[in-house]
Design a protein around this ligand. Structure first.
Ligand code: FE2
Length: 506
C-alpha cells in the first residue's frame, strides 16, 4: 500500500490514556493520510461507483474536566470506489474551535458533561451554549459538497468529498441562520436535490425548520413553536411533508432556570410528532401524540393515502435506568445510556393519519438495533429495507449489522466478530440498478485483534454471507458512527480525473 502522509496535528492527550471512550477501539488518530489503489482481499465490484464518507469524534486534547464521546473533534474518512479500485483519505475538519485549540494546545470549551461556566472561552456554540462546534456528528453530500454537522447545532462545514479539504462554512448566500446554527441530520431529498434541516435552542420558539434548494439557497425557514427547550436529534420527510419531533426527554426546567442542564425523561408526557407541509408555516403544523420515548434516529417516512408512515427506533428505556455498564464504575452514570441494550432501541413504525389526527404505532422487530439506513434514492418515498447496526452490550460500539425486511419481518444479520466494530452501514445502489436492495452495503471496521481497520463491502441481498471484499486501511481508525454514500455522478469532476484526486496539503 502506497501511503502518503498529508499532515499531523498536535495532540496533548496522555500516551497512557485510559478513558474508556479515548482508548481501545476509540483510540484517536493524529495523522492524516492518503492512499490510492488500495490492496483488496476479494474483489471490488466495478458497478460500485462513488464514495463512502464517515464522520468520527476524534479528540486531540484532554477535556477541561470530563470527556464525553460526543465532544471529539471531527475527522472524516473517505473510501472511494471507481473502476474496481479504491482510494482512501482521512482529514480533520478545520472547524473554528479545532483551529483555536490547536493554536492554544488545550481544550477551550466545556463538553457535554461539563458545566458551561467552566469553559475557558466565554463564547461558544451549541443549543446549550459554551460548547465547541465540533462538526463531528453527521455527514451528508448536498450540491456536490460534503457537509459535516454538530448534534447541538452549529455551522455546516463544507468539504471536498474527494480530498476532504475543508472548504469553509455554508453561508447560503448570507442567509445561514447563525443565531441557532443547524442541527445534525439535515436530510437530502435525492428526488429534488433539496436539503431539509432544523435547529433548536433555549429561546422561544425553541425549534425552526428550513429548506435549502438544490442550488444552495435558503428558500424556506419557519418557526416551530414548542412548549419549552427540547433536544431533537433527527427529523424525517416525505414527498410533501417534513416531520419534526417533541420527545419527552429534555433539560429539567427547574434546574435549567438555575443554569444546570440535566436531561430527564418525562414518561408522563407523550411523544409529539409534528407534520407540516414541506413549505408550510407554524399554523400548518399538525401534532400527533404517541407513546413516550426518545427517538435518536428515524429511518425514513413516506405517504400512504391519508397516512404518513414513519419508521424509526423506539427507546424503551431512554435514560438506560436498567442498563449494565461493563466498564470502569467511575463512568457508569455518564455512559449507561449510550448502548442499544441500555436504551432498548427497537425498529418501530408510527402511522400518522392526517384525516383523523390519530397516531398508531407498532414494534417492527424484537432486536436491539439503531442507526438504520436505506437506499438513499428512496428518501421520503416508500421503502422496504433498513440496514441497521447491532450494539456491543453496554457500549456505544457496533458489533454487527442487520438488514431488516419490513414487509416480512426477516432479518439478515452479520456479526463482525469479537473485538471488531463497524460504523454506520451505508447502502450504495449498484450503478444502473432499479430494485431497492440491488447494491452494496459498506462499513469501516476497527479490529482490536489485528490492530487494523478495513472497509467491508457486502452484497445488500446477502448480508449474512459476509463481505465480498475487504480493503485494509493504512491505520486502525477510531470507532465512529454516522456515514453516507454519495454516487460518483453526484460529485463534480468525478469522471474528469484519470485517477484518484491529488492530495492537497494542510
Ligand atoms: Fe445521530
Amino acid at each position: 500500500m502506497d501511503v502518503e502522509v498529508l499532515g499531523r496535528v498536535l495532540s496533548t492527550l496522555p500516551v497512557d490514556d485510559d478513558h474508556p471512550y479515548r482508548s481501545g477501539p476509540w483510540r484517536p488518530q493524529t495523522v492524516e493520510r492518503a492512499a490510492d489503489d488500495l490492496e483488496v482481499i476479494g474483489e471490488i465490484p466495478r458497478d460500485l461507483d462513488g464514495v463512502y464518507l464517515r464522520n468520527t469524534e476524534n479528540p486531540v486534547h484532554p477535556a477541561i474536566e470530563s470527556y464525553h464521546p460526543f465532544d471529539g473533534d471531527s475527522m472524516v474518512h473517505v473510501v472511494g470506489f471507481r473502476d474496481g479500485k479504491a482510494f482512501y483519505r482521512n482529514r480533520f475538519v478545520r472547524t473554528d474551535g479545532f483551529v483555536a485549540e490547536q493554536r492554544e494546545g488545550r481544550s477551550l470549551w466545556a463538553g457535554l458533561t461539563e458545566h458551561p461556566g467552566h469553559a475557558i472561552r466565554a463564547d461558544g456554540w451549541g443549543a446549550r451554549g459554551r460548547m465547541k462546534d465540533t462538526s463531528s456528528t453527521d455527514i451528508v453530500v448536498h450540491a456536490g459538497v460534503a457537509l459535516t454537522s454538530f448534534y447541538q447545532c452549529g455551522d455546516l462545514y463544507e468539504l471536498d468529498p474527494l480530498t476532504l479539504d475543508t472548504l469553509g462554512k455554508s453561508t447560503w448566500h448570507g442567509d445561514f441562520p447563525s443565531h441557532c446554527g443547524v442541527s445534525a441530520h439535515p436530510k437530502v431529498d435525492a428526488a429534488t436535490g433539496e436539503l431539509l434541516f432544523f435547529n433548536y435552542g433555549k429561546e422561544s420558539p425553541y425549534l425552526h425548520y428550513g429548506v435549502v434548494s438544490a442550488d444552495n439557497r435558503l428558500v424556506h425557514y419557519v418557526d416551530v413553536p414548542l412548549p419549552g427547550p427540547r433536544l431533537p436529534h433527527d427529523m424525517a420527510f416525505t414527498e410533501n411533508y417534513a416531520i419534526l419531533n417533541d420527545c419527552p426527554l429534555f433539560w429539567e426546567p427547574n434546574l435549567l432556570a438555575k443554569g444546570a442542564h440535566a436531561v430527564r425523561f418525562h414518561p408522563e408526557l407523550p411523544t409529539r410528532l409534528g407534520v407540516l407541509p414541506r413549505y408550510g408555516s407554524a399554523e400548518d403544523i399538525r401534532w400527533f401524540d404517541a407513546e413516550p420515548t426518545f427517538v435518536l434516529h428515524w429511518v425514513n417516512a413516506y405517504e400512504d393515502g391519508d397516512e404518513i408512515v414513519l419508521d424509526g427506533f423506539f427507546q424503551s428505556d431512554p435514560v438506560g435506568e436498567r442498563s449494565h455498564w461493563p466498564g470502569d464504575p467511575r463512568y457508569a452514570r455518564m455512559f449507561r445510556m449510550l448502548s442499544f441494550d441500555g436504551m432498548q432501541t427497537r425498529l418501530h413504525r408510527w402511522r400518522l393519519n392526517l384525516a383523523t389526527g390519530q397516531a398508531k404505532e407498532e414494534r417492527l422487530s424484537e432486536s436491539f438495533t439503531e442507526f438504520g439506513m436505506i437506499n438513499g434514492r428512496l428518501g421520503g418515498r416508500p421503502h422496504r429495507y433498513a440496514y441497521a447496526s447491532t450494539g456491543e452490550p453496554g457500549w456505544f460500539l457496533f458489533n454487527g449489522m442487520v438488514k431488516h425486511d419490513i414487509f416480512t419481518g426477516a432479518e439478515d444479520a452479520y456479526r463482525y466478530g469479537p473485538g471488531v466494530y463497524g460504523s454506520e452501514t451505508a447502502m450504495a445502489p449498484r450503478v444502473g440498478s432499479v430494485e431497492e436492495d440491488d447494491g452494496y452495503v459498506i462499513t469501516l471496521t476497527t479490529d482490536m485483534n489485528l490492530d487494523r481497520s478495513e472497509c467491508l463491502i457486502f452484497d445488500a441481498r446477502r448480508i449474512s454471507d459476509g463481505p465480498l471484499a475487504r480493503i485494509p486501511l493504512p491505520e486502525r481508525v477510531s470507532s465512529g458512527t454516522h456515514s453516507t454514500w454519495a454516487p460518483g455522478e453526484s460529485i463534480p469532476n468525478w469522471r474528469i480525473a484519470d485517477d484518484a484526486p491529488a492530495a492537497v496539503g494542510l
